[in-house]
Design a protein around this ligand. Structure first.
Ligand code: NAD
Length: 479
């Protein structure tokens, strides 16, 4: 029998019901789970912002140790509930169970990391150029932060926004993705149980309209967004029009260069992992494999052999490596993008829009030797789709890598130290992966891209403080 989860918003620590407006089903098995999601309106969001404003004061009164303790409690509870949460993520978004569990553990560690950061939020004090006067620099909270998150890391991305926001003394109005709202509600339940002041995190559910209403809300002082380039551009425009601080992490068409001197076993592992794991639904996924001509035939052959044995299966099945796309809508989007490319005469050597797959499953797809001018070089396809391009040498590989407007993650497989150093200088990307897959990052290191992939300060690691605080400079004649 289908399990139905009817969700509610959470404002000022209490649940607020609303009529179901949107639905998400298990993308691998629609008869298993249906999630019914209400849509927040401007009034509810204004109430959420008011509750958050009050909570900013409560956080200040409670002090940094209480904040650190609350965040650490969330981390411990996430760890304790990891199996159940992973199961829910698998059922709601199609992520394979092992990856889903890894994501929950990562979210737990993010809360733990930012528990420590609350105590390390130190400033400095130094002498003014005016005799007798002292200068103090400290980092004040921004206030009420609006968070808008996508579905592809339904618990880790909210964690890497909520945890630093709270750590530095802000309160939150959070609009999770309509595709992963049940997972969001499960995280929200843990945050409530962790006895942080009520109103410190308010969850307003819904789709794009609710997201737009969060940005338009007068009570929201800053916006942190993760999602597609298109939505990100609209978010940025709306936030800047209101004159509020905005951070936007968006997509990429990430390239992995494989040079002839590379350890090819590792290079093939990197390409398969980066392009097809998580069904290609990672912003850092490998979309382009740029291979030096001398090894291009061998790499193509070995990739096809590995793709042939990839296990596409129910995300909860033992041994599943590739689950479905997150929704039928996402499958329709990827199918339409591939149909447009195939209509230009380009044909994948395996997979493609015409291959039948049940529910939201999509067969891993590889194009070989498409022209660099094709959309495969320039447009993000958020699914298990990659294109292999043959390049003459290292210089041609770098030129091909930098050909599009994005710059999130870029990879290089080589055994040459000189090439690795040159890659660091010449690759246009915020995250560089040498003999590593383009996807897969640490929670204590800064995360983000350049060019069209990112706008505003970096997320995660110690750099997260920049967005969530305002630098305050005080000049004082000692009393
Ligand atoms: P999306 O842009 O469709 O939606 C993201 C969020 O924005 C959702 O909560 C959605 O409801 C909301 N939204 C939609 N329209 C809005 C509007 N007009 N105003 C305000 N909010 C609005 O993205 P998605 O499909 O959920 O996620 C996939 C995308 O996210 C991919 O492009 C991927 O590359 C990107 N992504 C980027 C990163 C990163 O850190 N760079 C990480 C993960 C995913």
């Amino acid at each position: 029998m289908t399990e139905v989860l009817t969700l509610e918003h959470v404002v000022a620590g209490g649940a607020v019901a609303g009529p179901p407006a949107l639905t998400q089903t298990n993308p691998a098995d629609p008869d298993d789970l249906r999630v019914e999601v209400p849509e927040a309106d401007a009034r509810l969001i204004a109430n959420a912002a008011d509750a958050a404003r009050e909570a900013v004061g409560d956080l200040q009164t409670a002090g940094v140790e209480a904040r650190a303790d609350g965040l650490a409690r969330v981390g411990r509870m996430l760890m304790a509930d990891a199996d159940a949460l992973a199961e829910l993520i698998a059922r709601e978004t199609g992520k394979v169970l092992g990856d889903a569990r890894g994501e929950v553990v990562r979210a737990a560690r993010i809360f733990d990391f930012f528990a420590g950061e609350a105590l390390r939020n130190v400033g400095e004090r130094f002498a003014s150029t005016r005799p007798g006067v002292m200068v103090e620099v400290d980092y004040a909270p921004v206030g009420v932060v609006g968070l808008i998150t996508p579905w592809n890391f339904p618990i880790a991305i909210p964690a890497w926004k909520i945890a630093p926001a709270l750590s530095f003394g802000n309160a939150v109005v959070w609009k999770p993705s309509e595709v992963s709202s049940a997972t969001a509600a499960a995280l929200m339940a843990i945050i409530r149980r962790a006895v942080l002041p009520p109103g410190v995190v308010n969850m307003v559910l819904g789709g794009g309209a609710a997201g737009a209403a969060v940005i338009a809300c007068e009570g929201v002082d800053a916006i942190s967004f993760t999602g597609s380039e298109r939505t990100g551009a609209a978010v940025r425009r709306a936030a800047l029009e209101r004159g509020v601080r905005v951070q936007a992490e968006m997509g990429g068409v990430n390239g992995l260069i494989i040079l002839a001197d590379a350890d090819l076993d590792n290079a093939i592992d990197c390409a398969i992992n980066g392009a097809f794991f998580a069904a290609g639904q990672r912003c850092t996924a490998t979309s382009r494999i740029l291979v030096e001509a001398a090894v291009a035939d061998e790499v193509t052959e070995r990739l096809l052999q590995r793709m042939g044995v990839l296990v596409m299966a129910d995300p909860r099945a033992a041994g599943a490596q590739v689950g479905p796309l997150a929704s039928l809508r996402q499958k329709a989007t990827v199918t339409a993008q591939l149909q447009a490319i195939e209509a230009t005469g380009l044909r994948p050597v395996v997979g493609g829009s015409g291959v039948d797959a049940p529910n939201a499953f999509f067969k891993p797809t590889l194009f070989v030797d498409a022209p660099l001018s094709s959309p495969l070089s320039h447009e993000e396809i958020f699914g298990p789709v990659a294109a292999l391009f043959r390049v003459d040498d290292f210089d041609a590989a770098i030129a091909a890598l930098n050909v599009n407007r994005f710059g999130l993650s870029a990879g290089l497989c080589t055994t040459s130290l000189a090439r690795a150093e040159a890659f660091k200088l010449r690759a246009q990307a915020g995250m560089l992966m040498i003999n590593q897959p383009t996807a897969g990052v640490d929670y204590h290191a800064p995360f983000g891209g350049v060019a069209a992939s990112s706008y505003g300060p970096r997320e995660q690691g110690r750099q997260a403080r920049e967005f969530y605080t305002s630098v305050r400079t005080t000049y004082q004649l000692p009393l």
